[in-house]
Design a protein around this ligand. Sequence first.
Ligand SMILES: [Zn+2]
Length: 273
Amino acid sequence: MTAVIEDDDLFVEAWSKFNELVHSDEDAADLIFHSLLQENEIECGCSSPKILREPGARCFYCASCKREVWFTAGTLLSGVSRLRAWMAVIWFKEWGVTVSSLRISKLLDIAQSTALNINKKVAIALASQMDDSAMIIDPKTFSAAIFKRSRHTPADEHPLSELLENNSRATDSSDADEVESRQAKNKRVFSLADCQQQFGISMAIASAIAFIRKYFHGVSHKYLQLYVAAFWCHVDRATWKKGSVLMACLKHPPVSYIKLLNYESPELKMMLV
Ligand SMILES: [Zn+2]
């Protein structure tokens, strides 16, 4: 497992390259369009497209089938304002540079809440790319990283109490079979793992906790999955190479504010690198 490293030089390089390329929301739209072109993802639906597009536009026109296509429609970037800020968040992730919402808000001159929402939505797209090789982890192993409240944290109690609350809710549930099968699944995962793998898992969790504490100063249990996904992106440079985070966002459906507010991960998953 890659350790969390200092990356100030990388940050400076990534930010300066971004500023050379993307000065405006229109530049960001151009970057997205050209990335889609490179990936052969520009489609109008006809067999002999003749694509015409004004620089900076979020749509193109096909002179063959006379269709106008909004190329971010139906994606995570659908209709978003502050496209440059979105691209910056995506850009940093592709460079393997983790930047807090506070820093993003200052760099891009946006509200911190906006930066936080962009960060979380991009992380939802990252988490959606976890495949069957993801380990199911007991969220309690992350207790050292959980010291932020969420709307699920019981009043006047420590953020960690949310974990206990969740557990008791699960125990009280009438669907005991489901709980039992989940526990059996967890047991199976760990009993099949050999010592080396167990060590790898422990190291990965320790690195992820160090990552969360360093960059985000702790998280709430509710959004823990998103920060574990951000950690995966930070260390798995082969999977999350240049262009990959943007494509994951363009393949992910839009996430509304309400959906983000009600975000709930059924189980904590973690990709081992
Ligand atoms: Zn066409």
